[in-house]
Design a protein around this ligand. Structure first.
Ligand code: ADP
Length: 153
């Protein structure tokens, strides 16, 4: 049976740190669905969600094992709908761990068949965060080193 994992997050923006988790995840799973959690009424995004989908699709064109979807519901339910038995998440530090620990318990409570699999970020990418990239970009800085695609305004 095909092993499908959901890689959920805000991805505002999707970074080379996320890519590191994605590509290493593909050594464990047959397919990975990048799932961008987006709630129109609640979330204020910096990068437009549809544009982000396009960037990610372009970055992994010709790789059918990688797909990207937008969702606005419980992650556990969304995973079930797409036959994903695993959630993939990255861990950079102990702050990530504290947060991820409670989210993973909650997701398993909502869908007992769902296992969260954590990969420790490669040191090379551990310093990259979406929030820092937003800040640099906002002030006109060049963020291209941190992203696996080119931003076009
Ligand atoms: P969320 O808003 O749900 O935390 P993010 O888009 O910030 O979503 O991150 C999605 C996942 O990617 C999380 O598991 C997060 O820990 C991981 N991640 C974020 N930045 C990095 C990075 N630089 N390297 C590896 N993993 C990362």
């Amino acid at each position: 049976m095909e092993k499908i994992a959901l890689f959920p997050g805000s991805f505002d923006p999707f970074t080379k740190g996320h890519e590191d988790i994605l590509l290493r995840g593909l050594q464990l799973f047959d397919k990975i669905i990048i799932a961008i959690g987006y709630n129109t009424s609640k979330h204020q995004r910096y990068f437009d969600v549809d544009t982000m989908v396009r960037y990610i699709e372009e970055a992994y064109e010709g790789r059918p094992e990688i797909s990207v979807l937008i969702y606005n519901e419980l992650t556990a339910g969304f995973a079930k709908k797409h036959n994903a038995k695993y959630l993939l998440r990255g861990l950079r530090n102990t702050t990530d761990f504290e947060y991820e620990n409670s989210i993973a318990q909650l997701n398993r409570n909502q869908n007992p068949e769902l296992e969260t699999v954590f990969l420790i970020t490669s040191p090379k990418y551990a310093h990259i965060s979406s929030s820092i990239i937003r800040e640099v970009h906002q002030y006109g800085g060049d963020v291209s080193d941190f992203l696996p695609y080119k931003i076009r305004e």
